[in-house]
Design a protein around this ligand. Structure first.
Ligand SMILES: Nc1nc2c(c(=O)[nH]1)N[C@H]1C(S)=C(S)[C@@H](COP(=O)(O)O)O[C@H]1N2
Ligand SMILES: [Mo]
Length: 241
């Protein structure tokens, strides 16, 4: 994501413009002041330095934004992608991309809803149910949660074990009926259909079964851990599921 996104004057898009594009300048988008500060600090740092992330804040064809809190993310492919499953499991496992592709695939078409307001209707995701991967690893009885880590080296997410076992939570290999693009977190991202899109960790590289929920990247910065669309983060969006 190194495309130089310049405005009409040929200067880098500024923080104010980014904020207004996201609707964050307007009242009511973000309710918690501490959350607003976190977001503005994040957006400000992205816009000031524009390492790669600003590209992600611009709308693209499909109505998506590309988001990354990391300044650069290595590319992983069939050769070097690995997904490790460890923690409170009987059978820690490492999957290659081919191994994930050989497991039964589930396709779902739901709306995507970002907590900053944008929504992309009827977006197909396809991949392996997380519950299948957890079952294969043999979750121990004392396990209560799952933590997700990413090969961007920065982002993390979490779900309770009950949430993680829902049939609409996927380790997604395809998005919009093609392999998940690098910019969208490919080759493998998490997809948590009923929750705000920040739960859907991109560039997924680790699934660790834990004894309790550990708040993820944005959750340490003010977002709700239980991120149900329409009933969290002070928002009233129509549920996506
Ligand atoms: N690794 C990683 N995953 C992430 C993020 C991120 O910055 N890094 N952003 C989250 C947020 S806030 C959103 S809205 C979606 C954006 O996904 P997209 O870039 O495919 O539109 O990814 C989520 N997963
Ligand atoms: Mo988001």
């Amino acid at each position: 994501m190194t495309t130089p996104d310049n405005d009409r004057e040929g200067t880098p898009v500024g923080r104010r413009l980014v904020l207004s594009m996201l609707g964050l300048g307007a009242a009511g988008v973000v309710t918690a002041p501490y959350l607003q500060r976190g977001l503005e600090a994040f957006l400000g740092s992205v816009a000031d330095s524009d390492p790669t992330g600003l590209t992600g804040l611009l709308p693209n064809g499909g109505g998506f934004r590309y988001y990354s809190v990391a300044t650069s993310v290595p590319r992983k492919d069939r050769e070097n992608y690995r997904l490790t499953v460890d923690g409170l499991v009987d059978r820690p496992t490492t999957y290659t991309l081919d191994a994930l592709r050989q497991l039964p695939q589930t396709r779902m078409v739901r709306d995507v809803q970002c907590v900053t307001g944008w929504r992309v209707p009827e977006t197909p995701f396809e991949g392996v149910r997380l519950s299948r991967i957890l079952d294969a690893a043999g979750v121990r009885p004392d396990a209560k949660a799952v933590r997700f880590t990413c090969f961007d080296g920065t982002y993390s997410e979490s779900l309770t074990m009950e949430q993680a076992r829902r049939p609409d939570v996927l380790v997604a290999l395809r998005m919009r009926d093609k392999p998940v693009e690098h910019a969208h977190g490919g080759p493998v991202r998490l997809y948590v259909a009923p929750m705000y899109f920040y739960k859907s960790a991109k560039w997924l590289s680790g699934i660790s079964v834990t004894s309790d929920v550990r708040p993820g990247y944005w959750e340490e910065r003010g977002y709700d851990v239980d991120a149900w669309v329409g009933r969290s983060n002070g928002r009233t969006d129509t549920p996506t599921v």
